[in-house]
Design a protein around this ligand. Sequence first.
Ligand code: AMP
Length: 248
Amino acid sequence: MKILVPVKRVIDYNVKPRVKADGSGVDLANVKMSMNPFDEIAVEEAIRLKEAGSAEEVVAVSIGPAKAQETLRTALAMGADRAILVETDDTVEPLAVAKILKAIAEEEGPGIVMLGKQAIDDDSNQTGQMLAALMERPQGTFASAVKIDGEHVHVTREVDGGLETVKLALPAVVTTDLRLNEPRYASLPNIMKAKKKPLETKSPADYGVDTAPRLATTKVTEPPVRQAGEMVEDVDALVAKLKQLGHA
Ligand code: AMP
């Protein structure tokens, strides 16, 4: 079985995003970019399934600018076998990403498409669900455990109030949640080896997908600045303060 892992290049999770002066978006100039953290978890899980003998090949795919090659090389250094870059400088919305992934899945025939539950830049949480709908295949979202069982996959999902395990017929779409695993760091020898692994470059037009945005961003603003707190002497002073502010 082959596993297809879509990985997105996003602003690094340690970076505090700056909003552009004209409010049109987030300033990405000279900002550290990394693999979306949920996608690292997806790469890790795919590699673990391969190591356990449940999969034969892990193919990473990214839709984005030429620099997304770095993200793919990271996936290759972690242990993916080969990579596909669908190169575009446009902002590609989840629906267009899902359409491109569907076309790649038709060519590659993976048993599982393993995505992150959401990209931390747009927080859409849409691509996996849209892909499953377009492919007319079952989906197991927010996975905290994945187990292959012959022609099926058992996905334990993090839902409100607990865990739910669903059994899906393969091929299926799985999206990863935070507690699924702890992704490995790529070792230096593996980073060197990854440079020689195959990386194919395509364009959205190769898959016949129009990536023109369907949404217009009207405004992007910084979150409101939190007001400074105030220390009080004791509980009585706290209660008096709350009463004074009309909270008690
Ligand atoms: P989203 O629906 O945008 O929150 O993204 C959910 C997941 O879809 C991500 O964690 C990735 O696995 C995948 N994805 C979204 N955008 C891209 C992209 N441009 N390239 C590759 N994978 C993507």
